[in-house]
Design a protein around this ligand. Sequence first.
Ligand code: DQA
Length: 143
Amino acid sequence: MKILFLNGPNLNLLGQRQPEIYGGVTIGEIERRVRHRAAQLRVEVEFRQTNLEGELVGWIQKAIGEFDVVVLNAAAYTHTSIALRDAISAISIPTIEIHLSNIHAREEFRRNSMIAAVCKGQISGFGVNSYILGLEAAVNING
Ligand code: DQA
């Protein structure tokens, strides 16, 4: 099984970015923890980050035929991007939405996710563990 982890804008700044909200762990450390758990579960993972919306769209499109599940932290594009929503709808690969923070417990504008309705489910508010839970949800996607 191959799982594609995609990370959106500003997540490259994790560790120094609003640690009171996102914690002190870097994206590199998150990737390391995801890879450690993936090895235990005997699945393959690819882990990417970009600040560009179009790059995320391209990666989602190209996942067809290569990955079984997409785990997506779309960051701020979660709340704005019809393009991402359409890309997720266009592929037949189940996509799991994840967030470090609880987007429902923050500013009003974060409560709306443009992608939630086309994702298999949402994991939000568990810090780095949102990634591990996303991985475990992906591994068990077929029940
Ligand atoms: C985030 C939540 C988003 O609202 C925010 O724009 C982010 C990170 C999270 O992981 O908690 O950049 O996706």
